[in-house]
Design a protein around this ligand. Structure first.
Ligand SMILES: Nc1nc2c(ncn2[C@@H]2O[C@H](COP(=O)(O)OP(=O)(O)OP(=O)(O)O)[C@@H](O)[C@H]2O)c(=O)[nH]1
Ligand SMILES: [Mg+2]
Length: 340
């Protein structure tokens, strides 16, 4: 079957195969993406991140149902950093999305980090595009944790929701820099547990400090993290009237606070649309994606050549013997390549 033609016609099997090709880096994936690209750019992408077990999947399930009730179609990508990809078998177990799998208007896919070092964000971005071209109105991307590894995935989202839960103790301090920078909307889930109000207060305080430009007190780690989010940060403060992330208490398992959460997401989307931040983010994303492909292709090309000619091992030996250094070697390689 012609995967692209079928995908564009709404064939779910074709969408599934396209994502498998993307995930496994099959040769055909590049051709698929080339042909799908003109059909992308319509979906709203919502990133959902937070610590393990915070209720991200439960929440995604409820939010997806709410969007379905509005008549919107939904795509869900769950990034699973721990288990290897299992072709969907994982879904019943780890993703608590009862009933959603029966709904034709919802497409759920889990993606693992198997065999890809740092390549996941690129694959996630392509999977999002496949769902976008398929015609999904809203695409959820669920990732575990708040930190370094989520940074790139978060960049794929228009709006990022950070899910926190009471009883995290000092953890909130540890993840402070990350959450303040990436959260457009905050959800305090498991509000049926003790400490939800305390967490809301703490978070409010941190957001107020942040809004008053007191980032100067950041530790170097926090600064490094904040730098990662620089473009988001710039965008956030671009219009002078910085977005104040709303905080909503939710009991996802009981469907409580879902309507308010959807309202917050929609408010944020309206804000970034009207201020031009959305376009700014999407431009930045397009640029990053192009540069990713450029760097990766150039890297592969040069590495391939060096390996084939045996020069790679030669260089490594010379560097190891301290006859030269990596910088000099690479500068020479670049010069040789440019001469060709
Ligand atoms: N008490 C309570 N439990 C909840 C709530 N929301 C979810 N849970 C439970 O929390 C557990 C974890 O929920 P998940 O939705 O799988 O959490 P997750 O963040 O997706 O987990 P990972 O993807 O494994 O990181 C499940 O047993 C849920 O039933 C809530 O609001 N209150
Ligand atoms: Mg989950």
């Amino acid at each position: 079957m012609d995967i692209v033609e079928e995908l564009l016609k709404g064939n779910r099997l074709a969408l599934s195969r396209a994502i498998t090709a993307i995930e496994n880096e099959y040769d055909e994936a590049v051709d698929i993406m080339k042909r799908l690209y003109p059909h992308t750019g319509h979906a709203f992408v919502l990133g959902i991140t937070g610590p393990p077990g915070a209720g991200k999947s439960t929440l995604t399930d409820k939010l997806a149902k709410a969007y379905r009730a509005q008549g919107k179609t939904v795509g869900i990508i769950a990034i699973d950093p721990t288990s290897p990809f299992t072709g969907g078998a994982i879904l019943g177990d780890r993703i608590r999305m009862n009933g959603l799998t029966m709904d034709e208007g919802v497409f759920i896919r889990s993606m693992g980090t198997r065999g890809s070092l740092g390549g996941l964000s690129h694959k996630t971005a392509d999977a999002i595009k496949a769902m976008d071209a398929f015609g999904k109105d809203v695409i959820f991307v669920e990732t575990v944790g708040v930190g370094q590894s989520e940074v790139d995935i978060v960049k794929a989202a228009d709006t990022t929701m950070v899910v926190l839960i009471p009883g995290m103790g000092d953890d909130i301090q540890a993840i402070k820099a990350g959450i303040l920078e990436i959260g457009d909307v905050f959800t305090i889930n498991k509000a049926d547990h003790d400490g939800a109000d305390k967490l809301v207060r703490e978070l409010n305080m941190m957001l107020d400090l942040d809004a008053h430009g007191m980032q100067a007190e950041q530790t170097s780690t926090e600064k490094a993290l904040a730098d990662q989010f620089h473009h988001l940060n710039v965008a956030k403060h671009a219009e002078g009237m910085a977005w104040r992330p709303p905080i909503q208490k939710v009991i996802a398992s009981q469907n409580e606070g879902i309507t308010e959460t959807i309202e917050n997401i929609e408010k944020h989307f309206k804000y970034i649309s009207e201020t031009g931040i959305l376009q700014q983010r999407r431009t930045q994303r397009t640029k990053n994606e192009m540069l990713d492909v450029l760097h990766s292709n150039i890297g592969k090309y040069i590495t391939g050549k060096l390996s084939a000619t045996g020069k790679l091992d030669e260089y490594v030996a010379q560097i190891k013997a301290r006859e030269t250094d990596p910088y000099t070697v690479v500068a020479n390689i670049m010069q040789d390549m440019l001469k060709e």
